[in-house]
Design a protein around this ligand. Structure first.
Ligand code: AMP
Length: 398
């Protein structure tokens, strides 16, 4: 018997992203070990789960001994934990890149340094500085926590200067612990994201741009490749590459972008696989999950081109009946095995087609069957308004 040893990827955080990483790792012969503080973390249904807190260093010592490389399903792992692990085992993305992406202020300054414009922003740490920032930026604006916010959490939208008291009542208490940032509200034409992957050897690829629609700050629907983007694919790829090289980033990340007057503005960077890239599981030659596993292990990266055109519905809080998806050609159901709870991401479905016209037909029929016509409407509008852009065949990503 030969002593064959399979590589083990350790994942901090045991949610659906870790679950989909583990599912993508398996065909490569790669094992996954997940750490989460809760025993019913949904990745534990498909991979071994170590139940421990981020500061349980005895458990993390054991974890570090068992894995070849550590990565994240959750970007808010304390920087101290990431640094501590990096002294014992390879950690990708590196703790510095993680720390930058954890702080909206540092992140936006980096975007500007890399040539990516952002919405106007000012750091806020006292009630008086909120007034000064509002006077400078004007309304409407959004007050956000610098740290620990995601999916629209830790945010307050100010419609007028008179909303300052209300915003401070909600977020003021977090000013000391996390710091705040006031951003101009951007009346954007579109929201896009670019998913990118960089290998340990510096090889870099992006997937075709994805167009996203949010409801209450949470992703509701994605369409990929995004239509009506002109030169933006090339521009987004260049910006993502500059950022990745600046951070010596290894693995997949998402750059969330607004399009305003045809130009890109940087909203935020997610230092991990991302919800807007779930369509890549069936809609791209290599999924974001597989390429992340390949990247962190130093394996060659796979082709990021699209196979056609895809739309992804996110299931938030609960899910419709799966049957219409299971009955539709090239439609794919993903149930994360989580308890339903308002606002919680519990699953998604992707529908793919060879071209945009075929996708519009399939998506319209499916949305009807699911009782989700309103959720699908923005992508259907985009697909039907932009018939001029619907071309069969994959869109080159690089
Ligand atoms: P975030 O958690 O910063 O990604 O925000 C969640 C969602 O809120 C974004 O995807 C946008 O739809 C919206 N949003 C956030 N910041 C802004 C902004 N400065 N202007 C307009 N909409 C925004």
């Amino acid at each position: 018997m030969s002593g064959r040893r399979q590589p083990v990827v350790g994942v901090l955080g045991g949610g659906q992203l870790a679950r989909m990483l583990a599912l993508a790792a398996a065909p490569l012969g790669v094992k996954t070990l997940v750490v989460d503080s809760v025993a019913d973390a949904c990745a534990g249904q498909v991979a071994p789960l170590l139940v421990a807190d981020w500061t349980d260093f005895a458990a993390l010592e054991d974890f570090a001994r068992k894995v070849d490389v550590v990565t994240f399903d959750f970007e808010n792992v304390p920087a101290a934990t990431a640094h501590w692990l990096a002294e014992r085992v390879a950690v990708f993305p590196n703790p510095h890149a993680l720390a930058v992406a954890q702080d909206r202020l540092v992140e936006k300054n980096l975007f500007r340094d890399c040539g990516l414009a952002t919405p106007e922003f000012i750091a806020v740490d006292t009630r008086a500085s909120l007034d000064r920032a509002l006077a400078a930026i004007g309304a409407p604006a959004i007050l956000k926590t610098r740290r620990l916010g995601y999916d629209g959490k830790g945010q307050f939208r100010l419609r007028s200067l008179a909303d300052a008291d209300a915003a401070w009542a909600v977020l003021g208490a977090q000013a000391d612990a996390h710091g705040l940032i006031l951003e101009a509200f951007v009346p954007f034409e579109r929201e896009l994201s670019v998913l990118a992957v960089r290998g340990r050897d510096g090889h870099f690829h992006t997937w075709p741009l994805t167009q996203n629609w949010h409801t209450d700050g949470v992703l509701s629907l994605s369409l990929a490749p995004a239509l009506a983007i002109g030169q933006l694919q090339q521009r987004a790829t260049e910006l993502a590459r500059t950022l990745a090289e600046r951070l010596d980033y290894v693995g997949v990340f998402a750059l969330e972008l607004f399009v305003k007057d045809g130009e890109l503005l940087g909203n935020e960077m997610a230092p991990r696989v991302h919800n807007s890239g779930h369509w890549t599981i069936e809609g791209a030659h290599t999924s974001q999950f597989e390429n992340h596993v390949r990247a962190v292990l130093g394996l060659p990266l796979g082709d990021t081109g699209a196979r056609g055109v895809s739309a992804m519905f996110n299931w938030i809080g609960d899910m419709p009946d799966a049957a219409p998806v299971l009955r539709t050609a090239d439609a794919h159901w993903h149930d994360y095995g989580k308890q339903f709870r308002p606002g919680r991401k519990v699953g998604h479905a992707t529908v793919c087609a060879p071209d945009g016209a075929a996708l519009a037909d399939r998506l319209a029929a499916l949305a009807d069957g699911l009782g989700r016509a309103a959720q699908a409407a923005p992508a259907l509008r985009e697909l039907t308004c932009r018939q001029d852009l619907l071309r069969p065949g994959p869109v080159p990503a690089k």
